[in-house]
Design a binder for this molecule. Structure first.
Ligand code: CAA
Ligand code: NAI
Length: 246
């Protein structure tokens, strides 16, 4: 029970990595807010987990919308009385080569993957500052650290996560708040299902561990950074990528 009694908001948790993290956090004793834009999948997931006896709350939110995020944070504070952990996991791709990328593709990714993380962290950090403690975990990517063909928008946002993580670690450390990021490699979710098979196979072939990541591999890294075991770690970017690039 590494998260006994802790309240965690996990964004983008109706699917993929966030879904695996929700289950992992519940198993370790946390109460989890499933914060996702997809109402149907979110409600269904909430129902399944409630039936299994877990304490969860689904909240439909578009992280790119500041007002929606602020309302969510108010609601969570009212419902659970505190917020111990924020996992900024929601993310999207709109891949295209630089010369073909539309302004809309660029803006959509920046709004969700960058501004969404800013919106959630700004709102939640105010609660954490009042409490005098908190753990914030952001989600970067191998693409943000090393770049990736077809991902100008996504790599820009995921690189920005590195800068924001270190900035917030410096700003919020004195308030008792740890801020870290996980940089996953190619992981088996709907996000990589959209990739051309040839490219995904190539990515797997250059990964030292010779396999793609499983959502649970990333969820376990979130868990470590959310637990007391990482209390003296802040401003760190934890690469969970099977050694794809070093
Ligand atoms: N790495 C290396 N080469 C790549 C590449 C990549 N990631 N993506 C494309 N290429 C190569 C293609 O093989 C192709 O090479 P040739 O001209 O020699 O055949 C060339 O670049 C042009 O590609 P396309 O013909 O496919 O061009 P397109 O305009 O039709 O499509 C694209 C461009 C949408 C970017 C498409 O290639 C694509 O989807 N690529 C994959 C991009 C990718 O890796 N996305 C990761 C998604 S998962 C994720 O984002 C999670 C995470 O954090 C890692
Ligand atoms: P996914 O596509 O399986 O799940 C993403 C979830 O985010 C979905 O439930 C979706 O509804 C939600 N979401 C999307 N936009 C939202 C918004 N505006 N507001 C609220 N929720 C929103 O993706 P996956 O793979 O689970 O990705 C999770 C995180 O991990 C993302 O930040 C992604 O960029 C990152 N990542 C994923 C990698 C991979 O290979 N799958 C590799 C590196 C990073």
């Amino acid at each position: 029970m590494r998260l006994k009694g802790k309240v965690a908001i996990i964004t983008g948790s109706a699917n993929g990595i966030g879904k695996a993290a929700t289950i992992r956090f519940l198993e370790e004793g946390a109460k989890v807010v499933i914060a996702d834009i997809q109402a149907e999948e979110g409600k269904q997931f909430e129902k399944e987990l409630t039936e299994r006896g877990y304490d969860v709350l689904f909240y439909q939110v578009n992280v790119a919308k500041k007002e929606e995020v602020e309302k969510m944070v108010e609601k969570v504070k009212e419902h659970y009385g505190k917020i111990d952990i924020l996992i900024n996991n929601a993310g999207i791709t709109r891949d295209a080569m630089l010369v073909k990328m539309s302004e809309e593709q660029f803006d959509e990714v920046i709004n969700v993957n960058l501004k969404g993380v800013f919106n959630c962290t700004q709102a939640v950090s105010k609660v954490m500052i009042e409490q005098g403690h908190g753990k914030i975990i952001n989600t970067s990517s191998v693409s943000g650290v090393y770049g990736n063909v077809g991902q100008t928008n996504y790599a820009a946002a995921k690189a920005a996560i590195v800068g924001m993580t270190k900035t917030w670690a410096k700003e919020l450390g004195r308030k008792g708040i740890n801020v870290n990021a996980v940089a996953p490699g190619f992981t088996k979710t709907a996000m990589v299902d959209k990739m051309p098979e040839k490219i995904l196979n190539y990515m797997e072939s250059i990964t030292s561990l010779k396999r793609l990541g499983e959502p649970i591999d990333i969820a376990n890294a979130y868990l470590f950074l959310a637990s007391d075991e990482s209390n003296y770690i802040t401003g760190h970017i934890l690469h969970v990528d099977g050694g794809i690039m070093m």
